[in-house]
Design a protein around this ligand. Structure first.
Ligand SMILES: [Zn+2]
Length: 329
């Protein structure tokens, strides 16, 4: 049995790369944030710089690390650590063997995972239950799109083809507008961050286009604007539908709200709670699910995805030569 060692996790997004250094006791001891450079070489170089940045902050060097974990928005083969399709990172067409390249550059083992999956693992690590358990949740990302990462009974659930948690493309209004996926009335059209922009377009209602749509909408509702109040309710109803869908599918203990819209914090949580309470009032069955008590906000003070990536890196075996089973597979 190996002694636990520190690990670094990275969450590489289209504009920024977040890094977290996780101490052997599970605490985040350093964080860094750098701009993402697009393209295969840019992604690798940026990842190396981000790892070096948190190590420098903590006064450690790579030799002390147990490994590096990475979350990326795209199609990942977690067995090989290869990114096959991540348009936001400028990685498309030619697969990027990111785990192998990072292992070569840093001299430690590396694992790569989809960004939603690392966020779910990070949320499970950062939001333990009062009884110490933290192993059963959905991380619902309210971003450009809508999807959930799932940690079920302590294990990451990717799905047989990696599509677990893609609830954004469950059609909820068969006569609704056409979704980018080709279906009509997908949940994503009503509950994502893009849906907020459609309800309350940036730059309208007397606000600067620089104010994010969720902020402008919720501020207008708080100020008593009836159209904004109605729009907040419609949006919260859609997020509540996503929560209900996740609980009815896999009965997770918690649904953690994350992604750009969740940066609203408590006002979003209150609106979603109110929507769930409205839905409970109409159905004893829904009421029996105790949905409002299951919804939580993602922690705002730490990069959840980077922390989850660091947690996944803890499973890397101690000998770097043994970390890339794909080479022999
Ligand atoms: Zn769709």
């Amino acid at each position: 049995m190996n002694l636990p060692r520190a690990t670094v996790g990275l969450d590489i997004g289209g504009t920024k790369t977040l890094a977290a250094l996780l101490a052997p006791d599970g605490l985040v001891v350093a964080q860094a944030r750098i701009a993402t450079t697009r393209g295969a070489d840019g992604v690798v170089d940026g990842a190396v710089r981000a790892v070096q940045g948190v190590l420098r902050q903590a006064g450690q060097d790579a030799a002390a690390l147990g490994g590096v974990g990475v979350g990326v928005p795209g199609i990942v083969d977690p067995a090989t650590g290869t990114v096959r399709h991540a348009v936001n990172l400028g990685v498309d067409g030619v697969p990027l063997p990111l785990a192998r390249r990072l292992a070569d550059e840093l001299g430690v083992g590396a694992v790569v995972e989809n960004d939603l999956n690392v966020a779910a693992v990070g949320a499970a690590h950062l939001l333990p239950e009062p009884d110490g358990r933290s192993d059963d949740l959905a991380f619902l990302a309210l971003g450009t799109g809508l999807a959930a990462g799932l940690v079920l009974d302590g294990a990451l659930r990717r799905g047989s083809t990696g599509a677990a948690g893609e609830i954004g493309h469950v059609p909820v209004h068969p006569d609704g507008p056409v979704c980018a996926c080709g279906q009509r009335g997908c949940l994503e059209l009503y509950a994502s961050g893009s849906a907020v922009e459609a309800l309350w377009p940036p730059g309208t209602h007397g606000r600067s286009p620089d104010v994010p749509a969720p902020v402008a909408l919720f501020e207008a509702a708080t100020a008593g604007d009836p159209a904004a109040t109605a729009a907040v309710q419609r949006y919260a109803d859609a997020v509540a539908a996503a929560v209900r869908m996740l609980v009815l599918s896999v009965d997770v203990r918690h649904v953690v709200l994350g992604g750009g819209v969740a940066q609203l914090g408590e006002p979003l949580l209150e609106a979603v709670h109110a929507a769930l309470v409205r839905q409970e009032a109409a159905s004893a069955f829904v009421a029996s699910l105790a949905l409002p008590g299951r919804v939580r906000l993602a922690p705002g003070h730490v990069p959840v995805g980077a922390v989850g990536a660091a947690v996944l890196a803890r499973a890397i075996p101690a000998r770097p030569a043994a970390v890339r089973p794909a080479e022999t597979a």
